[in-house]
Design a protein. Structure first.
Ligand SMILES: Cc1cc2nc3c(=O)[nH]c(=O)nc-3n(C[C@H](O)[C@H](O)[C@H](O)COP(=O)(O)O)c2cc1C
Length: 376
């Protein structure tokens, strides 16, 4: 039996009105001290009003050393709580489950924003544009960072959020620990896959331990993210899923290139270079992940979805929910449009259209850097 996109469901006993998720999107609209702006609130509240079942914030940093972009939301200080509370209330009032994505940028956090040398699992120098050499975190710093993730989760809960999504995807600190190439530590956080996973596992466990029974803790992973910059192979990703479950995660969110289909072409974009395109195509990877995880652990899948047929295919592949990023920028009411069978179009979108969909001039300017997104 196929699951309908509009069938209600639950995570950790919390009811969700449909199977749609707005994926985390950095949008540069908050204040430089990490406090929420009205623009960031509006952009997300409009998506909750547009019918999304789950609405995720941008990647919000858990420590000042983890700041990666200008105008990035913070969850590292008590001063962030009132803004987070306003956001959580707006999402709840519009009927969505609220989810805050928590992260640390690691080597991707520039000195310009943090005031210090970037940190990572190991000393790293990479031959990529504007790369700043990173230094290895001490064991004390690793422990402090795990504690910072847990404190951030606790703040989110206090602010009224339903959930946190621990950002273990793409090329940020957690994937730098997971990566065979980048993590060359010789302590218990480096070496074998079990050891490289330990940082993420302890974050999941601490977030779980520090929050209440109703609070939801999930993990985002991206199998096949470009190597050697960070990440796990598809096979390694499948290997850690039982550990993620045992450590207490309530959901796993797979960031894929093509969550609906098969045989996507190997391409590079801002978030992915799929090393093994067939292995990470949703039709092949999602069923494997679903088989490994118990029913308790909900599976979100994201990547390349715009149309209702694609969303249905992601669910048919075995996901419990389908997440979108770009489709949700172009259509604040993407779920309602699907339900009403109204047309969905793909980028490029005009700047006027994006403003009409609740993006501030700052966010629209940021999107001009995404090839082919904003019409000339
Ligand atoms: C503007 C923009 C910002 C993004 N920022 C984040 C982020 O903060 N955290 C994250 O995990 N993924 C981020 N992503 C990746 C998306 O969540 C998603 O995985 C990717 O865009 C593929 O989904 P799509 O094909 O529906 O766009 C971002 C994507 C876009 C377009």
């Amino acid at each position: 039996m196929t699951t309908d996109v509009f069938t209600p469901w639950d995570i950790r006993g919390r009811n969700v009105r449909n199977r749609t998720v707005l994926a985390a999107m950095t949008n540069k609209q908050s204040y430089d001290n990490g406090e929420l702006s009205d623009e960031e609130l509006r952009w997300l509240a409009l998506r909750a009003e547009g019918g999304f079942g789950v609405v995720t914030t941008c990647a919000a940093n858990v420590l000042p050393t983890g700041r990666t972009w200008d105008g990035e939301l913070g969850v590292y200080d008590e001063r962030h709580v009132p803004g987070l509370a306003r956001l959580a209330a707006a999402l709840r009032d519009a009927g969505a489950l609220s989810l805050c994505q928590i992260f640390h940028g690691g080597y991707r956090s520039p000195r310009r924003l943090t005031g210090g040398q970037p940190v990572s699992a190991s000393d790293i120098t990479l031959d990529i544009d504007s790369f700043e050499p990173a230094r290895a975190m001490s064991r004390t710093e690793v422990r402090e960072c795990i504690e910072a993730f847990a404190a951030a989760a606790e703040r989110c809960e206090r602010a009224g959020f339903d959930a946190v999504e621990i950002h273990g995807a793409h090329t940020f600190l957690i994937t730098q620990f997971l990566s065979k190439e980048l993590n060359r530590r010789d302590d218990e956080y480096g070496g074998s896959l079990e050891n490289r996973y330990r940082f993420l596992g302890e974050i999941v466990r601490e977030c779980r331990a520090r929050t209440g029974d109703a609070f939801i803790v999930g993990v985002r992973l991206s199998p096949g993210v470009p190597r050697p910059h960070a990440g796990l192979s598809p096979e390694e990703t499948l290997e850690i899923l039982p550990w993620v479950e045992d450590d207490g995660a309530d959901f796993v969110h797979l960031s894929l290139k093509n969550a609906a289909g098969v045989a996507s072409a190997a391409r590079t974009d801002r978030t992915h270079t799929v090393a093994e395109p067939e292995a990470t195509d949703g039709a092949l990877f999602i069923p494997k992940a679903r088989e490994i995880l118990s029913e308790r652990v909900r599976l979100f899948a994201c990547g390349g979805v715009f149309l209702l047929e694609q969303a249905e295919q992601v669910l048919a592949n075995g996901a419990d929910a389908v997440a979108v990023a770009r489709a949700g920028i172009g259509h604040a009411d993407w779920p309602k449009r699907l339900a009403d069978r109204r047309p969905i179009d793909r980028p490029p979108y005009t700047a006027e259209r994006l403003a009409d969909q609740g993006l501030s001039p700052t966010f629209i300017e940021y999107m001009r850097g995404w090839s082919g997104f904003v019409a000339a």
